[in-house]
Design a protein around this ligand. Structure first.
Ligand SMILES: Nc1ncnc2c1ncn2[C@@H]1O[C@H](COP(=O)(O)OP(=O)(O)OP(=O)(O)O)[C@@H](O)[C@H]1O
Ligand SMILES: [Mg+2]
Length: 378
């Protein structure tokens, strides 16, 4: 087991930035604790795999320091870093049995046959592969093959496991099952694991902590629910959570005792809502500020259009544009003239398309982000 620490890591591909190289990783810092399950999540191309490959030693680091258990490993070759990596393509040897696939790396390391036998059968048992040890990969399902790939990593008993989207080749049901198995495996091995995915649901459900990346930078590192409840900026707000957070650009300003949010739209066609003086914090020192208002789908409610009167200061007139029952909940899509919204209703009753309704916002659930920087205003 081991701590992994990245400090000011930079990576530019193909030569220097001056001659058009690609700046894939832009000075990231990350501390992964001993035994932690850290998930790195972000959209395609944000530098997740590059980061993982630098930890594994498969990719060089331009500058900065990578430490495993306090030892600088920048110049240590991959095989001596004591890490195991599992990829999306499990790349098993087709002519070898499951046993031989799992034992291969250990044979190369010249371990004794009893030790190999012990490690492979322990791993096979914990992965439910005992019955399959004599089969060849082509006689296995995708999930079973992925488990063999995991087994191959486990038998090496590494200090750190690195996973690069290991479940994305599996169908949805198998993915959910394997997610749970990986979580169990993490508990039983108590090993440090760094897991890369672009799937925010996977990140939310698996990580002790999650690290959200975008465009080569780390935007936030925290426990999943902390990231969900307090996204550090507008990108994280829109990326983590399904359906994504509703985000509306506008201006906040003082309106007598209260605060007003006015949607940015042409010729006053947007909506405005009046908020209590509790929202004063979001204005900062000025009397007006360009912001993005964020609100999660479950923090919105739908009322009757006839509810719309002066008593409901945070209501917006809207029209139902689509209704998606998922069984337990219904996702209702609304349009308020210049903005689209999604609301989760705890009901399996579909809304009628075209109905005029009132969209009700819980003021204390609103997130404000500075429009220029994207940072959350707290
Ligand atoms: N060998 C390379 N040469 C040049 N550019 C590269 C190389 N490897 C990666 N890149 C670029 O660096 C960026 C980050 O790539 P990386 O593979 O780390 O993304 P990722 O976050 O893993 O994305 P995905 O979710 O699609 O796997 C991408 O824009 C990619 O095109
Ligand atoms: Mg990748």
């Amino acid at each position: 087991m081991a701590r992994v620490s990245l400090s000011k890591i930079e990576k530019t591909f193909s030569g220097s930035r001056k001659n058009g190289g690609f700046h894939a990783v832009k000075g990231i810092d990350l501390e992964v604790a001993d035994g932690e399950f850290m998930v790195i999540v972000g959209p395609s191309g944000c530098g997740k795999s590059t980061t993982l490959r630098m930890i594994a030693g498969l990719e060089s680091v331009d500058s900065g320091t990578i430490e495993i258990d306090g030892v600088r490993v920048n110049d240590v070759p991959p095989k001596d870093r004591d890490v195991s990596m599992v990829f999306q393509s499990y790349a098993l040897y087709p002519h070898m049995t499951v046993f031989e696939n799992m034992a291969f790396g250990l044979k190369m390391r010249k371990l004794g046959s009893e030790e190999i036998e012990r490690r492979v059968s322990d791993a096979a048992r914990s992965l439910g592969l005992d019955e399959l040890l004599k089969r060849r990969p082509k006689a296995l399902s995708g999930g079973q093959r992925q488990r063999v790939a995991l087994g191959r990593a486990i038998v090496r008993e590494p200090k750190v496991f690195l996973f690069d989207e290991p479940l994305s080749n599996l169908d949805a049901k198998m993915r959910v099952a394997m997610r749970a198995e990986l979580a169990k495996l993490h508990q039983s091995l108590n090993a440090t694991m760094i897991y890369v995915t672009h799937d925010q649901v996977e990140a939310m459900t698996m990580g002790d902590r999650i690290c959200v990346m975008n465009e080569g930078r780390i935007l936030q590192v925290d426990e999943p629910l902390a990231v969900y409840n307090n996204p550090a900026n507008v990108f994280v707000a829109g990326f983590i959570g399904s359906p994504p957070m509703n985000l509306v650009r506008g201006v906040l300003r003082q309106a007598g005792e209260r605060i007003e949010f006015v949607e940015s739209a042409d010729e006053g066609s947007g909506f405005s809502i009046t908020l209590s003086s509790d929202c004063r914090y979001a204005l900062g020192d000025g009397s007006e500020r360009s912001v993005v208002l964020g609100i999660r789908a479950e923090d919105l409610a739908i009322g009757d259009a006839s509810d719309r009167d002066s008593s409901s200061a945070t209501g917006i007139a809207a029209r139902v544009s689509m209704s998606e029952p998922t069984g337990s909940d219904t996702l209702v899509y609304l349009n308020s003239g210049t903005s689209d919204w999604v609301v989760v209703e705890r009901s399996n009753r579909a809304r009628k398309v075209g109905d005029e309704v009132e969209l009700q916002i819980s003021e204390d659930r609103i997130h404000f982000f500075d429009e220029a920087t994207g940072d959350a205003i707290r």
